[in-house]
Design a protein around this ligand. Structure first.
Ligand code: SF4
Ligand code: FES
Length: 242
């Protein structure tokens, strides 16, 4: 083993008082996840470049806030995550995500398997607190095998990356600004049915909420047996489904 390897293997930072080892180049979220520590996050998944958009993964590093999915781990950092100040911040971010779209969990095919819903349960978010926007968003059923419900999009960008970088199809993009930011389909008609998207594409499997759904299989798993019925999110560190 080289000298450098030995040095890196021993490098650690502190996360809520626990020593966490990290490898060179790892982010705080990656190192924490590998060590089995839960930091809430929505727009980051293994194998994807961090998008830094959801702000759920904010931690305090030496007293200053920063997103753990984008900031690299460094030796001696004092990182705080499981503190009331950040839980309050994360619940506020979640509430804003819920009111900004149309999330009717009981009628959503992704209920029980949805990372947004599971995170809200995990962080004990109760009630929206803010006025609902009830935006007017469409459903695109033009594809033979895939349904798109834009009402539930949290603009995490994962489908954009998956389609562009893994599937090589570049079917999704995020367009607009501010309140009008929205998911766009790259086809002449703007419809998914006019793309070459397939159910086997990574982009069809990566959505953490209920936007990109396979047709004809909704509600196939009974309540009680869905992913987050079986184990709470915080106990699934490193094994979260998309
Ligand atoms: Fe993220 Fe899903 Fe919206 Fe794509 S459709 S940006 S994966 S929430
Ligand atoms: Fe870090 Fe979304 S997971 S900002």
């Amino acid at each position: 083993m080289s000298k450098n390897m030995a040095r890196y293997e021993n490098e650690t930072f502190s996360l809520d008082g626990n020593e966490v080892e990290f490898q060179p180049g790892e982010t705080i979220l990656q190192a924490a996840t590998r060590a089995g520590h839960f930091i809430p996050h929505l727009c980051s998944q293994p194998g994807f470049h961090p998008h830094g958009s959801c702000r759920l993964c904010i931690v305090k590093i030496n007293g200053r806030p920063g997103s753990s999915c984008t900031l690299k781990a460094a030796a001696g950092q004092e990182v705080e995550s499981d503190i009331e100040e950040l839980k309050h911040h994360r619940r506020t971010v979640l509430r804003l995500l819920f009111i900004e779209g149309n999330h009717f969990c009981p009628s959503c095919e992704k209920s029980g398997n949805c990372l947004l819903q599971a995170t809200a349960y995990q962080l004990e978010m109760r009630g929206p607190r803010f006025e609902e926007f009830y935006p007017n968003r469409m459903v695109d059923a033009s594809h033979p095998d895939i349904l798109l419900d834009f009402n539930r999009c949290i603009l995490c960008g994962l489908c954009v990356q998956a389609s562009r970088d893994i599937d090589g199809k570049n079917i999704f993009a995020i367009g607009g600004h501010g309140m009008n930011t929205h998911l766009v389909i790259n086809s002449e008609t703007g419809k998914l049915g006019d793309t070459d998207m397939a159910l086997t594409d990574k982009a069809a499997q990566v959505c953490p909420v209920g936007v990109i759904l396979p047709k004809r299989v909704g509600f196939a798993v009974p309540i009680g047996q869905r992913v987050f019925d079986i184990k709470p999110l915080a106990e699934m560190v490193g094994e979260q489904p998309s």
